[in-house]
Design a protein around this ligand. Structure first.
Ligand code: GTP
Ligand code: MG
Length: 320
C-alpha cells in the first residue's frame, strides 16, 4: 500500500518539484472520498497564493482534428525554449470510446518523456460536471507547481467546449476544412467563444482548401466579433511543423498585450465558478431533503395534471 500523504508531504513535494506528488495531488482532487476531498481543499487553499501565473490555454476540436498531435508539436517547441508545460485532458467521451487516452499516449510520445512537460489524461468514471470541477482544481495544482503553460485538451462534443472555455485565458479551436469543419457546419456559439482558430493539417495537397477556409473563417469572425479582440485565424502542420512559430508568436503577443482582457476574463470565471458551486451545493442539499418516493409521487401528479409544474415545484421547494 502507498503511504498516506499529509498536507505537509504534499507541500514539501510541490516545493521539491516532485512529479509523483503532483500526480497524487491530482488524484486527491479527483477522489470522491470525503476525507480526500477535505484534504484536497486544504491543499488548494494553501497553494492558492502560488497560483495564477501560468498561461492557460484550451485546445478544442472534433475527434481526429489533430489536437493531441498539435499539442505534441507545440509542446516540443515550448520545451525546446526551456519552457515548461502541463497538459490536462477533459474528455467525457473517453469513457465510452476508451480510445482517446490510448491515442493521447501514443500521439504525445516525445512530450510524454520530456522532463519539462507533464501529461495527465482525463479522469475516468466521472460525469462532465465532475470533470469540469476536477479539471479546474487540477489546473490550479499545475499552476502552483510552477508550469509556464497549462494546456487543456477537450474534444468538441456537447458541453465540454464551453466548460473548458470557462477556465482558460485563450481558447483555441482547431478546425479541419474538408472534414466537416466547413463554415456552415460550425455552431455559431462556438465562434463566439473562441479566441483563436488554427486550421490543422496544412500539408500535402490540403493547402488550397485551407487558404480558402481561412478566409471564410476570418470573414465570419469579423462579422461576429467587431470589437475588442478579434480571433486570428492561423494554420499549421503538426507533422512538418510549419506555422507553429507564427502560432506561438501570436499567442505570446496575446498574453503580452491583452493583460486587461485576461484579467477581466479570470475575474468573471472566478465568480462564475463560485456561483456554479453554490448552485451545485444547494441542489445537493435540496435533493437530500426529499425522498425518492416524494419525487415520484409529485412527478405523477404533474403527469396526471393534478398539479401544474409550478405548483409541483413550489410544493417540493417548500419542504426544503
Ligand atoms: N497530415 C497530417 N496529419 C495529422 C496532423 N495532425 C494530426 N494528424 C493525424 O490526424 C489523426 C488524428 O490526430 P490526433 O492528434 O489524435 O487528433 P485528436 O484531435 O487529438 O483526436 P481525439 O483525441 O481522438 O479527439 C492522426 O492520424 C494524426 O496522425 C497534421 O498536421 N498533418
Ligand atoms: Mg487527442
Amino acid at each position: 500500500m502507498r503511504k498516506i500523504l499529509t498536507l505537509n508531504d504534499y507541500l514539501e513535494g510541490f516545493k521539491n518539484k516532485d512529479r509523483t506528488i503532483l500526480s497524487r495531488a491530482i488524484t486527491l482532487v479527483e477522489s470522491q472520498n470525503q476525507d480526500h476531498q477535505k484534504l484536497a481543499q486544504e491543499l488548494l487553499q494553501t497553494l492558492l497564493p502560488q497560483t495564477g501565473k501560468s498561461k492557460r490555454i484550451g485546445i478544442s476540436g472534433t475527434p481526429g482534428v489533430g489536437k493531441s498531435t498539435f499539442i505534441e508539436s507545440f509542446g516540443k517547441l515550448l520545451t525546446s525554449q526551456n519552457k515548461t508545460l502541463a497538459v490536462l485532458a477533459v474528455d467525457p467521451t473517453s469513457q465510452v470510446s476508451g480510445g482517446s487516452i490510448l491515442g493521447d499516449k501514443t500521439r504525445m510520445n516525445e512530450l510524454a518523456i520530456d522532463a519539462l512537460a507533464y501529461i495527465r489524461p482525463s479522469p475516468s468514471g466521472v460525469t462532465l460536471g465532475g470533470v469540469a470541477k476536477r479539471t479546474r482544481e487540477s489546473l490550479l495544482l499545475c499552476e502552483a507547481f510552477g508550469f509556464d503553460y497549462v494546456l487543456v485538451e477537450t474534444v468538441g462534443v456537447g458541453q465540454s467546449e464551453t466548460t473548458v472555455a470557462q477556465m482558460v485565458d485563450l481558447f483555441v479551436m482547431l478546425l479541419q476544412p474538408g472534414a466537416g469543419d466547413d463554415l456552415q457546419g460550425i455552431k455559431r456559439g462556438i465562434l463566439e467563444m473562441v479566441d483563436m482558430v488554427v486550421v490543422t493539417k496544412d500539408d500535402g495537397d490540403n493547402h488550397p482548401i485551407i487558404q480558402k477556409a481561412k478566409h471564410d473563417y476570418e470573414r465570419a469572425l469579423h462579422i461576429l466579433r467587431h470589437e475588442g479582440w478579434i480571433p486570428p485565424v492561423l494554420s499549421c502542420s503538426a507533422v512538418t511543423k510549419s506555422g507553429l512559430n507564427e502560432i506561438q508568436n501570436v499567442i505570446e503577443a496575446y498574453f503580452q498585450d491583452q493583460k486587461e482582457l485576461i484579467k477581466t476574463k479570470r475575474d468573471q470565471q472566478g465568480l462564475d465558478w463560485m456561483w456554479q458551486l453554490i448552485n451545485d451545493g444547494l441542489k445537493e442539499k435540496f435533493l437530500s431533503k426529499i425522498t425518492a418516493q416524494e419525487f415520484t409521487q409529485t412527478e405523477s401528479k404533474v403527469l396526471t395534471q393534478d398539479l401544474t409544474p409550478p405548483q409541483a415545484a413550489q410544493l417540493l421547494l417548500n419542504k426544503y
